[in-house]
Design a protein around this ligand. Structure first.
Ligand code: MG
Length: 276
């Protein structure tokens, strides 16, 4: 019998969404009940996404529409993590943001001192930090400004490392990592990434909630992001087989999850069994 102690010791679950709780608009049969089992057994959960183009509130709306319980405190995007990170590591810094209007408003809500307006205009000559997001509203002026500031020694922080964002029918959108590659090519400066698989994402949540990394468990279907972030941060990880990874993929990978389960319904069973 497998020893599920690390799952039982978990105080906070960090949940990947697509491939873990649903696929597109199709919610997995045990997924909503799994969320209830977390709350019912006195634990917390946060829906976690690397997407820095949308605001947290967009996810609340989507998750509720799909039938999931979700309050503001249950959603955390790489954009929000970037706001927390800036406040923790660069308090009071002057920041240039190259990102969507939604990301702009998110950083404002964290009290970040942004030198630009929501379209990326600025007259500033120097800043402390350039932040790059998954900018689906990218215009040349933002690249121009970011390059200017980076060449003058600004720190380079990027919300998420993804090269592309998967879309329906096998299409992709160029994501934050690809935009950063352009900026690095122009400046020689490499970004510090916040989103999965970088441990910053969990460290920030741990500081925010006061829950130690080892009592945080990441649940997801993707080894090189969902599972790797937990490994990098010293947290617990569960790979579910309901999405992208198969048992053969896990066998072949260097990134080994602590647990491999069929789907999130199995976690609900483990949590409830431990209650008895
Ligand atoms: Mg996924």
């Amino acid at each position: 019998m497998t020893d599920y102690q690390k799952i039982i010791d978990t105080q906070l679950f960090l949940l990947d969404m697509d491939g873990t709780l649903y696929l597109g608009d199709e919610v997995f049969p045990t997924a909503v009940d799994f969320i209830h089992s977390i709350a019912e057994t006195g634990r917390k959960y946060i829906y976690l996404t690397n997407n820095s183009s949308r605001a947290g509130v967009d996810y609340i709306t989507r998750l509720r529409k799909l039938g999931f319980p979700c309050e503001a405190e249950n959603v955390f995007t790489s954009g929000m993590a970037t706001g927390e990170f800036l406040n923790q590591q660069y308090p009071g810094a002057k920041v240039y943001l190259a990102g969507t209007k939604a990301f702009y408003r998110e950083l404002k809500s964290y009290g970040i001192d942004l030198v630009n307006d929501e379209n990326g205009h600025t007259d500033a000559f120097d800043v402390d930090v350039v932040v790059q997001g998954f900018d689906t509203e990218l215009v040349y002026e933002k690249l121009d400004k970011a390059v200017h500031f980076l060449r003058r020694g600004a720190k380079f922080i990027a919300a998420n490392p993804d090269w592309v964002c998967p879309m329906a029918a096998g299409e992709v959108l160029p994501d934050c990592g690809s935009i950063c590659a352009l900026l690095t090519a122009s400046t020689g400066v490499e970004p510090e990434y916040i989103g999965k698989p970088n441990r910053n994402m969990i460290d920030v949540v741990s500081k925010m909630t006061g829950i130690p990394n080892e009592n945080i468990c990441a649940v997801g279907d993707r080894l090189y992001t969902d599972i790797a972030v937990a490994k990098n941060a010293g947290s617990v990880s569960i790979c579910v087989l309901s999405g992208e990874s198969s048992e053969a993929d896990i066998e072949a990978s260097d990134v080994k999850p602590d647990y491999v389960l069929q789907d999130v319904g199995e976690i609900a069973k483990i949590l409830r069994a431990a209650q008895k």
